[in-house]
Design a protein around this ligand. Sequence first.
Ligand code: BG6
Length: 467
Amino acid sequence: MAFPKGFLWGGATAANQCEGGYLDGGKGLSIADVMTAGSLNKERENTLVVKEGEYYPSHIAIDMYHHYKEDIALFAEMGFNCYRMSINWARIYPNGDDEIPNEDGLQFYDDLFDECLKYGIQPIVTLSHYETPIGLYTKFGGWKSRECIDCFVRYCKTVFTRYKGKVKYWMTFNEINCLEMNSWNGAAMLEEDLQTKTQAAHHLFVASALAVAAGHEIDPENKIGMMYGGLFSYANSCNPADVQANIDTMHAQLFYCDVMCKGYYPNYKLKQLEREHITIQKEPEDDEILMKGKVDYLAYSYYMTLVAGEKTAKAELANGNLFTGYKNPYLEQSQWGWQIDPMGIRISMNELYDRYNIPLMIVENGLGAVDELKEDGTIDDDYRIDYLREHIKEMEKGINIDGIPLLAYTPWGCIDLVSAGTGEMKKRYGFIYVDRDNEGNGTLKRYRKKSFYWYKKVIASNGADLD
Ligand code: BG6
């Protein structure tokens, strides 16, 4: 068993969860910088401004802003040939709508990309990963305003031009469908009603399509994808009512992929909007923009699956990163209650490829767990190795049995970082342990976990050696 030649093996992070340096080099505040720390049972609070005396995990995070050379050297040691990361938009346009970009911010990513390329690591860049400049919220109320489109496109054109020849793979909005559940992360706004969210989604779609077109024009070598927050659910039973309920659940999420991969709104969505008296304010050119700005590939996160169906007395809710659904009695769950489903990764590949027929990337996957740093500096994270091994096995079947063009695999949080959902540090995903706790204490020293050496072997054998 082996993966195709040239397969991209790496890991994934997001700027706001690892960089820190939240005001360094002229950076402005992003929507992540006003989120406090929470836990599984305590929601993170959005304070809208930075309050004195409050702890904000993104402000220092794991301080990759100052440690990136050391961190990239560790990625290189594992054999990464790609690294998925995000540009923190507020480093480039501190207020979101500035006339000219911030040179210090641009230089930071120039240096970081050069450092990656030095080791043959190809950056795969998310343009917006839950880090819209907060200025776009204070000035325009976030993505419900059409003004955000121009700001985003200006930012994209700046980075496409600056990093031409250094970056080939881009994706526009991380987990764009998260807007369905979380307006702040998804669209830098507070409203959760369907009318406002639908309008904001339309602006995101138009902005993404314009960015795709601009990216192709600036460099025809560019490949620009979308990023789907992988919700995959099974029907609770073969009762047709459960099957229909599952289709409805999936429609609410796949709608985002339908628009971005096919270039138009699907009928089921148009009918829903009609039924619920929701109107989308469109400019006359929007439909053409969507059609001309279809994405080149579909990247997605895959952690878990859920069950959907008619609500019954027995149906128990499961936890999830963005979504909830019912528990699946056939699956185990993580310490944070996420249901672990390796076979589901192959099922998800088939569902998405059959529907869109474009290459896929799995840009997030992994197990958030509590790790123990032993006195001798080692961490035995066999549970993480088991999780990843089983998922990689199924991914390989998707490629070699089902013939699906999967371009890349970048497990989430390849180095420990702040959890997006809870703001915790103790929910760790990394191959590299970072000495920092939930309250911001620790030396920030990096340690190689057992999974570090295991993943190194996986990459060196191009996925053939999973033991
Ligand atoms: C995805 C996000 O939803 O899941 C990441 O794109 C996030 O930003 C990841 O960190 C894992 O979720 P969590 O809540 O465990 O950090």
